[in-house]
Ligand binder design. Structure first.
Ligand SMILES: [Zn+2]
Length: 243
């Protein structure tokens, strides 16, 4: 220790400075009184303090969220995650992979049902951004499922017409129901003839969609393609033309 520099001794610590004690007591009492008198001001202070704290916290959270989003969208991170998923998928047992696939398809079906417009819009944008990617697949599916494809087109047309309920109609069931007999000319329809042969089977709306008819089992019948075409939208039978 350097000589001449004053340091606090034990004796100093034990001596109570009465003047300081008095001042402290006075201040405590003064503050107590002040708080009693200014309750509202205090409340205001407190509210301001916490509001400030909350807004700062929100700002911080927002900045973290932004950073995370930016991080996740970095191409190398996206690629890394994809790679991890790929490895995970490859290492799964066949049974588990099948289970997950099933669960995913159910989930996506539920999501679609909950908000069909959103997912239709999403698919539309995807198609616009990747023209021709799925077209080949769609084409193949249509060739393999011609009946279903035609029914899709009929339902779309019916939805556009907006004449009440639109049923999913299996044309073959209607053909069997009508015993393969044309409901306009009452002659037999050859099952083997395919569209666009004029004598091939065709699904006809009894009351046309344009006249307010609905796409329901009650409002459809089996006809020859030529008989169906002869009626058209006018709803006038022109059987004589075909004998
Ligand atoms: Zn006919």
């Amino acid at each position: 220790m350097e000589p001449g520099i004053y340091t606090m001794s034990n004796r100093d610590l034990n001596v109570k400075d009465h003047s300081i004690e008095k001042k402290r007591k006075y201040k405590r009492e003064y503050m107590r009184e002040w708080r009693k008198k200014n309750k509202d001001t205090q409340k205001e202070y407190r509210h301001k303090y916490y509001a400030d704290k909350l807004s700062k916290r929100a700002d911080y959270k927002e900045s973290v969220r932004k950073y995370n989003a930016e991080y996740r969208s970095r191409p190398e991170i996206v690629e890394h995650k994809r790679e991890l998923a790929r490895v995970y998928w490859i290492n799964l047992s066949d049974e588990k992979r099948e289970r997950l696939r099933k669960r995913d398809s159910e989930l996506s079906r539920e999501r679609y049902k909950a908000n069909p417009d959103k997912y239709r819009e999403y698919k539309r944008i995807e198609r616009l951004q990747n023209p021709g990617v799925n077209y080949q697949k769609v084409k193949e599916w249509r060739l393999e499922n011609l009946d279903k494809f035609r029914e899709q087109k009929r339902r779309r047309r019916a939805r556009k017409a907006g004449n009440g309920p639109v049923e999913n109609i299996e044309s073959s069931k209607i053909y069997n129901r009508d015993n393969w007999r044309c409901q306009i000319c009452h002659k037999k329809v050859n099952e083997k003839l395919k569209w666009p042969h004029p004598n091939s089977a065709s699904l006809d709306h009894v009351i046309p969609l344009s006249k307010g008819g609905s796409h329901t089992k009650q409002n459809v019948q089996l006809t020859h393609l030529k008989c169906n075409a002869s009626i058209g939208d006018r709803g006038i039978k022109q059987l004589r033309l075909f004998g």
